[in-house]
Design a protein around this ligand. Structure first.
Ligand SMILES: *[C@@H]1O[C@H](CO)[C@@H](O)[C@H](O)[C@H]1NC(C)=O
Ligand SMILES: *[C@@H]1O[C@H](CO)[C@@H](O)[C@H](O)[C@H]1NC(C)=O
Ligand SMILES: *[C@@H]1O[C@H](CO)[C@@H](O)[C@H](O)[C@H]1NC(C)=O
Length: 377
């Protein structure tokens, strides 16, 4: 190809890109006259696991904002507590792996060892720090193979800050908070009026207008799934709200942290019959649904089919783009993995560290027309 032909083609391409970009933004002021673009409900949910934590340190404001920009249907978070009962977005009970706590010499004497629901854990626990103290820390990337440039830049955020981020989005974005380690939190943190962790968690949701059963008008306005690995917490909160709950289940050797039940027990038909009174679905480790041996996929279990037969949604976790997380049958291509889980396994939502990749896959394979979206108003 000659260089002049190249230039002509490039110019044409640029024109095309500019024109189409302009067309979208021709009347930005008009947008405010209409209600927000609703939650899409025609394809499996894109669940932004700890925000776009493949790109930004997990559970920080930039991680959530990025995932919203990239097309998340729901932003996911883990709720823990400070010593003085402030609910925070943070995954581990200890601060060691994802903050700069080691550099804060003033806190060097706070290291503790506790029994965390059957596991002996040593480190700097969130429950030994006041919210004021936690605010002096900065979050860092968990995985060494991911972008480290944002380490030390962003603070831990409160449950309420996370809710504000979702409510402030220019389209409807759902929230998906987890009641994390409730046995441990209730043992170490005391609230006034005899309230439990679960009560304060629910008060926060109620105070911000979250209510309504799955797919109700109120729910579609402010969508929310409440998740927990502790079934007794889900049974407890289902007495206070009709918001939909998701019961999280670990791998085959895992046991529930509160009722000490085995994986086999809680994935039985009898248990599905019981738990469906309290939850709309289950969140499962994906290798528990389709086992892998030596990184090769094995035949799928009947878990998705059986859950669906009990009217339970299935939201597997965690989809990660990096090679070390992709089973060989996916040819190191996350899109082939998405295709398998969406079109073959037919799951109802996917927790991913890379919201943008899942969104692109869905945009390309099952586009949603604007008219169709409007019907949800
Ligand atoms: C809400 O969004 C606006 C515009 O994007 C931004 O300026 C503002 O800081 C946001 N507020 C919160 C609480 O996120
Ligand atoms: C639900 O609430 C009622 C009334 O407050 C109470 O009597 C009952 O024990 C609660 N059930 C559960 C499972 O917490
Ligand atoms: C859970 O049950 C198993 C089997 O009965 C038992 O060995 C284990 O100690 C129990 N764990 C707890 C924390 O009670």
């Amino acid at each position: 190809m000659t260089s002049s032909l190249c230039t002509t083609l490039l110019t044409l391409l640029l024109l095309l890109v500019c024109c189409s970009a302009r067309r979208i933004n021709l009347f930005p002021s008009l947008e405010h006259k209409y209600s927000k673009q609703p939650l899409q409900t025609s394809r499996p949910y894109n669940l932004a696991h700890r925000g776009s934590n493949g790109e930004f340190p997990e559970e920080t404001a930039p991680a959530y904002l990025r995932s919203i920009k990239e097309g998340a249907d729901f932003i996911e978070t883990d709720i823990l507590s400070s010593k003085d009962g402030v609910l925070i977005c943070f995954h581990d009970v200890i601060l060691d792996a994802t903050t700069d706590i080691a550099e804060h010499k003033e806190f060097a004497d706070r290291k503790r060892t506790y029994d965390v629901q059957g596991y002996i854990v040593t480190g700097f626990f969130t429950v030994d720090f006041t919210w004021k103290e936690l605010q002096t820390l900065r979050v860092k990337q968990r995985f060494s193979f991911r972008d480290q440039q944002y380490n030390g830049k962003f603070p831990i955020i409160k449950f309420e800050d996370y809710i504000s981020i979702a409510l402030n989005a220019s389209r409807v974005v759902g929230i998906y908070p987890e009641i994390k380690d409730p046995i441990f939190i209730n043992k170490h943190v005391k609230w006034s009026n005899g309230k439990k962790f679960e009560d304060v968690f629910m008060d926060t949701l109620k105070n911000h207008g979250y209510k309504g059963s799955y797919m109700s008008k109120a729910w579609l306005k402010q969508p929310c799934f409440i998740q927990s690995f502790a079934p007794s917490s889900l049974v407890y909160v289902s007495n206070q709200t009709d918001l939909p709950n998701i019961f999280l289940i670990g791998g085959p050797t895992w046991r529930t942290e509160d009722t000490n039940q085995t994986f086999q027990e809680v994935t039985s038909d009898a248990y599905f019959d019981y738990i469906k009174n309290y939850v709309v679905g289950i969140g499962l480790w994906k290798d528990a649904i389709v086992p892998a041996v030596n990184n090769h996929l094995q035949p799928p279990t009947d878990l998705v089919v059986r859950a669906h037969a009990h009217d339970l949604q299935v939201h597997p976790y965690t989809f990660r783009n990096e090679n070390q997380y992709l089973h060989f049958e996916f040819h190191q291509d996350p899109y082939i993995e998405f295709d398998f889980w969406v079109n073959k396994m037919r799951v109802d939502g996917l927790f991913t560290d890379f919201t943008g990749s899942l969104h692109n896959f869905q945009k390309w394979t099952s586009p949603i027309s604007h008219d169709r979206l409007k019907n949800h108003d």
